[in-house]
Ligand binder design. Sequence first.
Ligand SMILES: [Zn+2]
Ligand SMILES: [Zn+2]
Length: 263
Amino acid sequence: MIELPERPSRPMDGTAWGKQMEVVFLGTAGYHPNETRHTSCVMIPEMGIVLDAGTGFFRVRQHLRATTLTILLSHLHLDHVDGLTYLLDVLWEKPVEAVTIHGPPGVEYLRHGLFETPLFPLPLTYPVSPVPEEGMEIAGARVTARLLPHPGGSLAYRLDWPDRSLAYVTDTTASLDYAEFVRGVDLLIHECAFPDRMEARARETGHSWTSAVSELALAAGAKRLILTHTNPLDPRPDPVELDAARVCFPGVVVAHDGMAVVV
Ligand SMILES: [Zn+2]
Ligand SMILES: [Zn+2]
């Protein structure tokens, strides 16, 4: 059982969510859970936005504050979508009025790929649609997406508010090819499945290694870098061997389940 940290106090300025915006990591492992990490899920509670729905998605329930829930999926690999089958419990007796699911082209496959007999007893009743090419507005954020290389492709997301921004990039091999897409973000959340010594394994599986991610973050002028989607076979608190990233991005940290940061 992992205790989630206290929600930081936040000055309110009359806007819908105040001056600070909390980002909570609910699942930080790639592929499968281990004793301390569930699979990919990141939530912005004030906005009711969830990035990916791995097994960490069950924790969304305790962070529901908005009356809408928008789920943005990077791709349909199971470690990013299997938590959708927990929605019945996540929403049970919660005052959430609308749930919307967006993802890459073909995301509608989830309806029959995950929510039909014999895999699941009930149909998925919420709208599911690809992110429009021109992007969309969600809870005051301009949301844009870019398809990146990964077996089957993976969508990177960028969320821009008038005074802050973040990007969520997972399940791809880090490169400068998309540096412009994440240019200058206040927070770059990027996958880092493997340390540098496992670069070959990362390339083989369509994932990233530590120094490649930090070089991208530096080149793109990201203000903060948090690494996630780590190798579940490695139980250490620092499975990505951060020293390799600190060479060019000294403030980099690796996420853990329950971590909350303010943007
Ligand atoms: Zn994954
Ligand atoms: Zn994947």
